[in-house]
Every structure is written in C-alpha cells, then in structure tokens.
Design a protein around this ligand. Structure first.
Ligand SMILES: NC(=O)c1ccc[n+]([C@@H]2O[C@H](COP(=O)([O-])OP(=O)(O)OC[C@H]3O[C@@H](n4cnc5c(N)ncnc54)[C@H](OP(=O)(O)O)[C@@H]3O)[C@@H](O)[C@H]2O)c1
Length: 252
C-alpha cells in the first residue's frame, strides 16, 4: 500500500487568484494558502481591502504576495503574469458586470466587459498554461456564473463573456489533458458579496429570490472555496473540463 499522504496539500505550489482582494477570490486565496500554496492576491488597484486581505493571510502564516492591475489593460495582464511566473495554479475569478437591456449597451461597455472578463482570461491562460504543461502539473479554475447557461435578462454581455470563458476552458482542458494540467469551471449561484450587497439588502428583491433556492439561503464566498481547493489539488487530478455548480440547488 502507498504511504498515506494528504492529497489536498499544496505545499510547494504557487497560485495566482485574480480578484482576491475581496469576495469569492479572497476566500479561494485563503483556502489555497491554508493548504500550503504561496498565493498571489490580486486587485484592480492597491486598496484597503487588498492590504487587509494580505495582512490577514500573513498573520495566519500564509505565504501571501501581491499583484495589482486592471485586467482590462492587456499590458497590466502581461505584467501580472510575469510577476506570478511559475504559477502552478491559476484561478480566473475577477470579472465586471453591468446591467441593461441589449439596446442600452454601447460598444464601450461591450469592450469593457469582454476585455476584462474574457481577453484577460485568455491572455493569462496563454501566458501561464504552457509552462504548467511543460512542468507536467497545473491547475486552472475559472469562476463562471449560472448566467453562462441560462442568462438572466439585462446581463447580456456579462453572460456571453462567461459562456465564452467556459468554452475556452473546455479547449484548454483538451489541449493540456495529457500534460498534467486540469482546467475546470466552478459556477456560483447567488453568493453574498460586495457585488450584490445592495440588491440583496432589499427584502422585496432578496426574500423571494432566497425562497426560490432549494437550500433557502444565499451562498457565502467560503461555500465556493472548498471545491476550488479540491480541483486545484492532487485529489482531483483526473477531473478536467468539468463545470461544478455551487448554487444551493438553484438550477435544479
Ligand atoms: N457574487 C455572486 O453572486 C456571483 C455569482 C456568480 C458568479 N460570480 C462570479 O464570481 C467572481 C467573483 O465575484 P464576487 O462577487 O466575489 O466579486 P466582487 O466582490 O465584486 O469582487 C470582485 C473582485 O474582482 C476585482 N476586479 C474587479 N474589476 C476588476 C478589473 N477591472 N481588473 C482587475 N480586477 C478587478 C476586484 O478588485 P478590487 O477590490 O480592486 O476592485 C475584486 O477583487 C466573478 O467572476 C463573478 O462574476 C459571482
């Protein structure tokens, strides 16, 4: 019998989690760091939230590093990839979203969401994935959205970027499957974060929405972190191209 080892141990691994100053990304970065990985925390810019996350992580003994940059800017994306060079784990978490009917969106808003959500993801995968394949071990996890398969009204561009990103993950999963690199999507439902704090504080909106979820509650950022940790570990080395929904049964 093989000696017992912890397949969730990430000691010696380096991770980059985009958008980890706050919300789901922060919880994911802590989970990876607590499992032993060196983690690059990232925000669009230096901010009190990013500094607080770094300080809290370091206080726990996590090897937390910082990288900042607006993902809309392709040069910033390249710099972030260079700073996190050698990353074994890439979590594509940051995104922007705005609401409007199709006729309300202009090309500028289309470009903002496509560049931030999709182009930056493609660029980070392109810049960091081949080296993972060369080393024979890598993990890429994209944070999707239930909107990628069943779009809510008024989220046309956001939903389209998430659908395209999921499709990109499928191609990457196939291209690197034989090189020890797994590529998966984790798809949250309604997770209480800064992003939706305002709408979820309105009982007229939040109460029927909560009631429509079989689990009868909104998710937390930590609810998303465990599955990302598992997918980034040796425990899930034979899981690739998957889409794991974290929604309390909302899409059932
Ligand atoms: N919350 C939900 O219910 C929900 C549901 C489905 C999917 N998701 C997905 O889950 C992911 C995380 O969501 P969240 O609710 O945790 O988000 P959040 O609380 O709004 O946090 C967003 C994170 O992304 C960063 N970010 C935003 N714009 C950026 C830009 N232009 N360039 C670089 N970084 C940027 C932010 O950095 P700063 O702190 O510097 O602004 C922050 O770290 C997103 O991809 C979202 O689409 C969330």
């Amino acid at each position: 019998m093989e000696p017992a080892t912890n397949p969730f141990n990430l000691a010696g691994r380096r991770a980059l989690v985009t958008g980890s100053s706050r919300g789901i990304g922060r919880a994911v970065a802590f989970a990876l760091g607590r499992a032993g990985a060196e983690v690059f925390f990232h925000g669009a810019a230096d901010s009190p939230a990013l500094e607080e996350s770094l300080a809290a992580a370091r206080a726990e003994g996590i090897a937390a590093r910082k990288t900042v940059g607006d993902l809309r800017d392709s040069q910033a994306v390249s710099r972030i990839a260079a700073e996190a060079a050698g990353a074994d784990i890439l979590v594509l978490n940051a995104s922007v979203q705005s609401y409007g009917r199709i006729e309300d969106f202009d090309d500028g808003e289309f470009e903002r969401m496509v560049m931030t959500n999709l182009r930056s993801s493609f660029r980070l995968v392109r810049l960091l994935g081949p080296a993972m394949a060369g080393r024979g071990w890598g993990r890429i996890v994209s944070i999707g959205s239930v909107n990628q398969g069943r779009p809510a009204p008024r989220l046309a561009i956001y939903a389209a970027t998430k659908a395209a990103q999921k499709n990109l993950m499928l191609t990457a999963a196939k291209e690197w499957a034989a090189s020890g690199v797994t590529v998966n999507t984790v798809t949250p439902g309604v997770i209480a974060t800064d992003r939706n704090a305002k709408v979820l504080s309105d009982p007229a909106f939040a109460d029927p929405l909560r009631e429509s979820i079989p689990a009868k509650r909104f998710g937390t950022a930590e609810d998303c972190a465990g599955i990302v940790l598992a997918l980034c570990s040796d425990a899930c080395s034979y899981v690739t191209g998957a889409d794991v929904v974290v929604d309390g049964g909302m899409s059932l």
